[in-house]
Design a protein around this ligand. Structure first.
Ligand SMILES: Cc1ncc(COP(=O)(O)O)c(C=O)c1O
Length: 394
């Protein structure tokens, strides 16, 4: 831009913006800024570990919520190349995103897809979950014109979706009418990750009872799946054909069995330093002045805030890593930035990165440790990462 052009844009009558030159999709140096790096090789190692655990059952990879924040398209492409049996998502738009990315494996939508959306699901070969007795009746009317594969969900105790076991007897007729499109039956564990396995066993026996009832009524089921990652890691799969794994593939299951299987996290979040200054004792930092430097320290500002999915509740509690050492996050987390203090002697400069979520499970800033600080679970930490955070898959 010449000086004349600059002056006419900012001081002239009309700001002019070029309509012919599109801004670049990637910025120079993109990748050194705020970025979640996702290791697809480790993803496949986790998949192979789960294949061993599942002893040959088909793996349905759960990639809903943008693959728990890891980037659904790239994750699904890597998993499809490794021949998973199919994918599970929560919504029809999530399924269509995968089809647009040329994912051709079966895709099952967990949520209750409305009858109006059946033509779309049918055109794109998306399988649906039957989420209630009412949903079953609606589908029984429309599926013959708009064929879709169906998985009949049985509510064995999760209490949020599916046919109640008590409703099954009255639903056998419509289920029989849907037989040509019925791919299988499924249920979901409520407490498979808890040490006390009694409720999981109760759910399991309800499921096996319901399957027997369906088979006695002449209904055949090609696919049967009850287990999520925890159910699979704990072996509640006997007689099933598939398991539905999400968190284990991302290496974030906190079960001891997950460690034994060798599962490891695949995501690291790092942010860019945009200011590093020494502040004297007594300097306050951030909204509410919640941190006051006790002595001269180097204050480092990073380009990540709560709008990026780094929770404000981590203020003055969390850790950030630089060259293998962790330093405290101080002051309030702002919408677009946060601050860390390091000793004055640490030579850190704008343009460098600090790690906010580490892949090493034992680090104080691992996803699991961060979730514990927040009183939540690892799922919520990675799902929260905003689309403003670039995903880099390697
Ligand atoms: C119905 C259903 N099946 C399987 C999963 C996968 O669970 P996990 O990520 O614990 O393996 C989920 C995740 O929430 C789910 O909703």
């Amino acid at each position: 831009m010449t000086l004349d052009e600059f002056q006419s844009r900012y001081h002239g009558d009309m700001p002019s913006v070029s309509k012919t030159v599109a801004p670049p999709a990637n910025l120079p140096g993109d990748g050194d800024g705020l970025v979640a790096r996702v290791d697809l090789d480790q993803l496949i190692q986790n998949l192979n570990a789960m294949r061993q655990v599942a002893k040959g059952l088909g793996i349905l990879a759960v990639v809903k919520a943008d693959a728990y924040g890891h980037g659904a398209v790239q994750v699904a492409q890597a998993l499809e190349a490794a021949h998973v049996a199919g994918f599970c998502v929560a919504t029809l738009p999530e399924a269509l995103e995968l089809r647009r990315a040329r994912i051709s494996s079966p895709i099952l939508v967990f949520g209750g897809v409305r009858p109006e959306s059946l033509p779309l699901a049918s055109t794109h070969g998306i399988d649906l979950t039957v989420v209630s007795a009412d949903h079953l009746l609606e589908l029984a009317k429309l599926v013959p014109q708009h064929p879709v594969g169906l998985h009949l969900k049985l509510d064995t105790g999760m209490g949020r979706s599916g046919l109640l076991i008590s409703e099954l007897g009255a639903c056998l007729d419509p289920i029989r009418r849907l037989q040509p499109w019925l791919l299988g039956a499924m249920a979901h564990f409520a407490a498979a990750d808890e040490t006390d396995t009694r409720f999981t066993q109760v759910q399991r026996s309800r499921f096996l009872g319901a399957l027997a009832q369906l088979r006695d009524a002449g209904i055949s089921l090609r696919q049967v799946h009850h287990a999520n990652s925890a159910g699979c890691l704990r072996g509640f799969t006997e007689g099933d054909t598939h398991v539905r794994c999400g968190i284990s593939l991302y290496g974030l299951s906190e079960l001891e069995e997950a460690q034994q299987a060798g599962l490891l996290p695949i995501l690291e979040l790092s942010a860019e330093v945009f200011r590093a200054v020494v502040i004297p004792a007594g300097t306050t930092v951030g909204y509410g002045c919640t941190y006051v430097a006790p002595h001269p320290v180097k204050l480092v500002t990073l380009n990540c805030g709560y709008a990026d999915g780094y929770p404000r509740a981590l203020a003055n509690r969390a850790w950030a890593g630089y060259k293998g050492i962790t330093y405290p996050v101080v002051g309030r987390v702002s919408m677009d930035s946060l601050t860390v203090v390091v000793p004055e002697s640490v030579a850190i400069h704008p343009g460098e990165s600090m790690v906010l979520l580490s892949r090493k499970p034992k680090d104080p800033h691992s996803v699991a440790a961060t979730a514990r600080l927040l009183g939540t679970i690892p799922y919520e930490v990675t799902c929260a990462l905003h689309r403003r955070v670039a995903r880099k898959h390697t």
